[in-house]
Design a binder for this molecule. Sequence first.
Ligand code: PAP
Length: 314
Amino acid sequence: MAILADDFLLSLPKEEWYGPCGHDMLYQFKGFWFTPHILEGVLQFLKNFKPLPTDVILASFPKTGTTWLKSLVFAIINRASKHSLICTNPHDLIPTLELQVYSSNPTAAHTLTSCDANTRIFATHVPYQLLAETAIHSSQCRIVYVTRNPKDTLISLWHYMGTSKGSLKKPWKIEEAVDKFCDGVLPDGPYYDHVLRFRKEGLERPQKVFFVSYEDLKDDTKEQVKKLAEFLGRPFEKEEEAEEIANICDFRAMKQHEVNKSSDSPEWLEFPYSSYFRQGEVGDHKNYLDSEMIQRIDDMTKDKFYGAGFMYGM
Ligand code: PAP
């Protein structure tokens, strides 16, 4: 794949970002921020991906529950998937389009996706504002979007960045992370625009976009698994099937598998497999953000979410 032309990058607004080397830049493309590496994959994906009506696309803002959603949907589609989820990290079962499929080192998608040959499952962090310009919008493929409250999303991202191989060069101060989050300058950000657009699609086209929150998944995983299975056209015959999937994908169960404890990194990103399983709780931000930071983010949440009629995220 061609490296992004310098003059194209130079034409885009840019901002400093805390990347693995401590001094990476983010570039703004159509209102959203990307590293050059990811932007390359995003452009290739948007240009070349041809959705099939049977495809399932798992969409999310980073750190909102992607790994969990990958586990759940893999298990729902494949049913007898326990063994795969014990031996393989969910990110190696369901590839992220802009990172693993359309990258300089592409993973053979057909070897990664669902064992059910009729259904390809992919993931993406690309905002709907960009997907809307592709065949995904008109295709009958289904989209599942997971969101998470902004403060826990930020704290999860802050910890995650600290696990990257280059992170020791320059620790990311929590104050800087809050600033970047509120400015919207983080990969695939702004967070609020990302979430609101997928919510809108979910409200307008519920047969196409299933919108769920991390908190709802935590609150009653079995119930959400049942709803997801119905949305995906794979309803359960027996109640226990949903329960079994919720248990297989439970945070504590997943975190204990050797593959998810590993300090190895996948080829496509410099973060260890273990970094996708940290705390897995709702409300962990209280242990890291002071009252001023919380107030600042809550004010934004009221403005952006409540202002749009979405009473979520406090
Ligand atoms: P990604 O966007 O980089 O793929 P993503 O999976 O969205 O990351 O977010 C990781 C978060 O999901 C972590 O949250 P934490 O930092 O607050 O702990 C991770 O622990 C959590 N997570 C991963 N798997 C599960 C699971 N099975 N159940 C609940 N939370 C999970």
